[in-house]
Design a protein. Structure first.
Length: 366
């Protein structure tokens, strides 16, 4: 049962192979098994490749089945149509399209499995890239809000500087009228004279101005600080909103790029492995020697070709002979005087009829 199945997979003629030796049948069982297991590997690789993209088992399995059937049918067709010839180059030329396709498939299919094999190393590379992206994202968002935040900080600092300046002025006036009362500076007279009253009046005026300034500036500072907090909250919100996008930087293309940053040699050998698997049916067919089955198949094909060419040659001779016979018949007819006179009379009648018709039409136009 299994033997018949693998022979079916090889694309060999069932009737023809049954008449061959056991060794010849075993050769085609091996070729058929190679075709079958190549299709199985194509199913596994393609299903996993699609699963990494869509993360859904059902589409991945369906695609894997379709892809494996396509590869199975293609390999079976190529293996069954490659004819053993006297020159290896002719056989290789027949297999060239499949080899080119195998190279393309090996490159495409090997990538998802490489990603799975080197998953830990790829995760490390992606983590570094995500951290770098997160820092750059924070810098970009901060730069976006930087102008408004710096403007608020500068205005708050300016308002505070005005208060500090006024406080220094009030303190200076306070020291001035105290020292005037003590007689240590100013008029150098102890007591609260006219100069003292003038200086304390200036101090009280400056103190009232300070109170007013503090009240106004502190209100403005509170408003600016509230605006700064709002801007900072918006900044943090923007960073938080964009962080999930960075966290989702984990797709197939990102992993392929991360894989390309790893040493290339392991990936190259994995690709070669898949290339060997994909081309194994063709290689098995090319390396197998010309055997009993090939000779029997060649005998049938050449016999059929000879029969077709013979029939074609006979048809060509028949056509040629018929043409010669018809030429002779018409030559004999052309020499018959009665037939010549009849044809002449008919031609004369036809010309007279045409001439009369032309004259009638000319009269109608007058």
């Amino acid at each position: 049962m299994l033997k018949s199945f693998f022979i079916l997979c090889s694309g060999a003629d069932k009737t023809l192979i049954e008449g061959c030796s056991e060794g010849e049948q075993t050769k085609f069982v091996g070729i058929g098994a190679t075709v079958f297991f190549t299709a199985v590997m194509a199913f596994i690789a393609s299903a996993y490749a699609l699963f990494t993209v869509f993360d859904d088992m059902i589409p991945a399995v369906l695609f894997g089945i379709v892809w494996s059937l396509l590869i199975f049918n293609l390999d079976r067709f190529i293996v069954s149509t490659i004819r053993k010839r006297d020159h290896f180059s002719s056989e290789f030329l027949q297999a060239t399209p499949r080899i080119i396709l195998a190279i393309i498939i090996a490159i495409v299919i090997s990538k998802p499995l490489e990603i799975k094999i080197f998953e830990k190393e790829i995760n490390t590379v992606l983590l570094k890239e995500k951290n770098t992206m997160a820092l750059n994202n924070k810098k970009e968002v901060a730069n976006y809000f930087k102008t408004d935040l710096d403007k608020n900080k500068a205005e708050i600092a300016s308002l505070k500087a005005e208060i500090t300046k006024k406080e220094k002025e009030v303190n200076t006036l306070y020291e001035t009228y105290i020292t005037e009362a003590e007689g240590t500076k100013g008029t150098m007279k102890l007591g609260k004279g006219p100069v003292f009253k003038e200086k304390i009046a200036k101090h009280d005026l400056a103190k009232r101005e300070l109170d007013t300034l503090q009240k106004n500036n502190l209100a403005k500072i509170a408003e600016k600080e509230k605006s700064s907090k709002t801007l900072q909250a918006d900044l943090d919100k923007k960073v938080t909103e964009t962080q999930p996008i960075i966290d989702q930087f984990d797709g197939l293309m990102a992993r392929i790029n991360a894989l390309n940053k790893l040493p290339w040699l392991p990936s190259f050998f994995i690709m070669l492995l898949f290339l060997a698997i994909e081309t194994s049916p063709i290689i098995a067919k090319l390396l197998s020697p010309k055997g009993e089955y090939d000779y029997k198949l060649e005998d049938l094909e050449t016999a059929l070709k000879a029969t077709i060419e013979q029939n074609k040659h006979q048809r060509n001779l028949l056509v040629k002979t018929n043409a010669i016979m018809h030429d002779k018949v018409y030559d004999a007819i052309s020499e018959d005087k009665k037939l010549y006179d009849l044809q002449r009379k008919n031609a004369t009648d036809l010309l007279e009829l045409q001439s009369n018709t032309f004259v009638e039409k000319q009269k109608q136009t007058l």
